[in-house]
Design a binder for this molecule. Structure first.
Ligand code: ADP
Length: 596
């Protein structure tokens, strides 16, 4: 983000946060009223205590001057004490109540923010995930929202009570002595100037702290997810070094933000103490002249003490507010990411999809790249055909299948599904007609049942077991003590890689889409499982239009159509025997990669 954009973005985050906070204005109003109540009662305290002192002092002075027995009016003192007690209890109760309410409001706000973030994840275009680290997004959901939660509740009540306290104490001070009050007032500009300097400095560090925090989360997530790869490549030292560098930046910025904002309290105390000394000296003079009661000086000095606290507290709260704004800026930046462009949906797919696919001169370019990945690609696949996509790594095979499912939109050209341009229909409608089985299996942290019926949530156990049988995992499920109720996840090692693959095949079978996209696994499984997977895939692709990123000899031999992709274009197409006869690109590829 450039420097010129920064203030605009900050202003916008503040406004957006205020909008969300405003949803709870009635609860907040109650918080404000309670905070005011609590503070006002606390403010009146010293004045009443002062009255008590004056009462005692007057009695002592009277006894001293008239040489009679000390005659303190305990009824008056008792009344004041009782009144004070009640005030302090009400003040404490109001304080507690406002704290609880504020925590409630803050929780509601974070709930709302998290819900918005989660909803946002589902509407982002896939290209967003090409550009951003998963951990960074994760940090926005966790760290940043947490920062908003904890700071918001703290800052809000502190600001209210501090402001009420300041105003209230000032009023009380002026009722005691305007001369002394002016001395105190004179220290305020010095304090505020100081607050201004410090906060300007620390805001920068607060934002940097949140950013580095997110980067750390992203790195940790990356290493955690790929921990076996890190180990396999002995990359621990490299990753550790990278982490340490980032961690050091986090520490430096965090330290600077804490240090600069932490300077506020002691220095403002110092400024306050100067005022304190002045007041003590001038106050003593006034008391000697009889212009002020002793109890009033006591009250005044107590007020100065109280006066510095909210002032310094306000200064510190600014640190919290800054961190909150930095965090909300990151959250709102995420929420403001452009959504997947809305579907024009000018056409509809036929009720029953046959599965004819035609690509006409498609050109596609990733946002982050300078040149198109798919340059000018055309082919026709008839319903029920088995289409094998082959080509060297980086040729664009994965990109092509992503385009078929409309994960990305084309730069030019058309993809027709049963004659309808998929760019004209709703993305979700297009995707609903595809099943997908990738090399990278993906299990949700739930029971086997929910994993299997992921694409068809209302499937019955009988339906599930029927596809399990077809996919060759029925015996596996039967052997598990909890059957379909067994909990599985990507991290649990209950299932082998091959079994997970079979599970995802069964899942695709159950979803029963007319078109399939398969990415054949290249390794990872023993020969027997490999055979089982091949058989299951065969069953899965029967009577469906299937696009297979092919690695198996048997697949390309039996394919109805082979698309030979190289450098973003189809260089050859036909059946295995036709292509071999040509003795071209496919012939070479086949001889180097497939035949023994
Ligand atoms: P294949 O599946 O044939 O190995 P891909 O379709 O994955 O090839 O990649 C084709 C080209 O597009 C490669 O040069 C790759 O670096 C690039 N590419 C793939 N995915 C992305 C992406 N999300 N963003 C930018 N470039 C990408």
């Amino acid at each position: 983000m450039s420097n010129t954009e920064k203030p605009k973005s900050l202003k916008r985050s503040v406004r957006r946060l205020a909008q969300i906070v405003a949803h709870h204005k009635w609860l907040l109003l109650l918080v404000v009223v309670l905070a005011i109540l609590s503070t006002v009662f606390a403010i009146v305290g010293p004045k009443l205590l002062g009255n008590m002192t004056t009462e005692v002092a007057n009695a002592l002075i009277a006894a001293f001057t008239t040489h009679t027995a000390i005659n303190i009016n305990f009824t008056v003192i008792g009344q004041i004490a009782l009144f004070l007690l009640v005030l302090y209890i009400i003040s404490a109760a109001a304080d507690i109540a406002s704290g609880i309410l504020m925590a409630k409001v803050a929780q509601k706000i974070t709930l709302e923010l998290r819900a918005k973030i989660v909803a946002k994840i589902n509407t982002l275009p896939i290209s967003y995930f090409d550009r951003h680290k998963f951990g960074d997004t994760l940090a926005r959901i966790t760290n940043d929202v947490d920062t908003i939660l904890s700071n918001l509740s703290q800052a809000f009540t502190q600001i209210i009570s501090s402001v009420v306290m300041l105003v209230g104490i000032l009023i009380m001070m002026f009722t005691i002595s305007w001369q002394l009050s002016l001395i105190v007032l004179a220290t305020i500009p010095i304090s505020t100037a100081f607050i201004g300097i410090v906060t300007k400095k620390s805001q920068k560090y607060f934002k940097a702290t949140q950013d580095h925090n997110a980067e750390i989360t992203a790195q940790a997530e990356e290493v955690y997810a790929g921990h076996n790869i890190v180990k396999a490549y002995h990359a621990e030292p490299v990753m550790t070094k990278k982490f340490e560098a980032e961690n050091k930046k986090l520490r430096d910025n965090s330290f600077k933000s804490q240090f600069t904002s932490g300077l506020l309290f002691p220095i403002m105390n110092l400024i306050g103490n100067f005022g304190y000394v002045f007041v003590a000296v001038v106050g003593a003079g006034l008391a000697v002249d009889g212009k002020i009661a002793i109890g009033d000086i006591q009250a005044f000095i107590q007020y100065i003490n109280q006066f510095n606290r909210p002032l310094a507290q306000l200064g510190q709260t600014i640190g919290l507010v800054q961190a909150t704004f930095a965090a909300s800026e990151r959250v709102f930046d995420f929420l403001d990411e452009p959504d997947e462009p809305s579907d024009k949906a000018t056409a509809e797919l036929p009720k029953t999809i046959l599965g004819n696919i035609e690509c006409q001169n498609i050109v596609f370019q990733y946002e982050s790249n300078d040149s198109p990945t798919i340059k000018n690609l055309s082919f026709k696949a008839k319903a029920g055909q088995k289409v094998a996509i082959v080509g060297p790594t980086g040729a664009g095979k994965t990109t092509l299948v992503n385009l078929l499912m409309r994960f990305y939109d084309l730069k030019s050209g058309k993809i027709l599904l049963d004659g309808v341009n998929i760019a004209d229909v709703k993305r979700s409608d297009v995707r609903a007609h595809f099943g997908m089985v990738l090399q990278q299996t993906w299990l949700i942290d739930d029971t086997l049942r929910e994993n299997l019926r992921y694409g068809k949530p209302d499937a019955t156990d009988a339906e599930i077991m029927a596809v399990a049988k077809m996919a060759g995992i029925k015996h596996l499920i039967d052997d598990l003590p909890h059957g379909l109720d067994t909990n599985v996840s990507e991290e649990h090692d209950i299932l082998s890689a091959g079994e997970k693959q079979l599970l995802t095949i069964a899942r695709a079978m159950l979803a029963n889409a007319p078109m399939m996209i398969l990415d054949e696994a290249t390794s990872n499984v023993d020969t027997r499982t490999e055979l089982a997977i091949a058989r299951a895939m065969e069953t899965l692709t029967k009577d469906r239009t299937a696009f297979i990123i092919a690695h198996r000899l048997s697949t390309i031999r039996t394919a109805d159509l082979i698309l030979v992709v190289n450098d973003g274009d189809i260089v050859e197409q036909g059946t295995h025997s036709e292509l071999l006869k040509k003795k071209g690109f496919y012939f070479d590829l086949y001889n180097s990669q497939y035949s023994d």
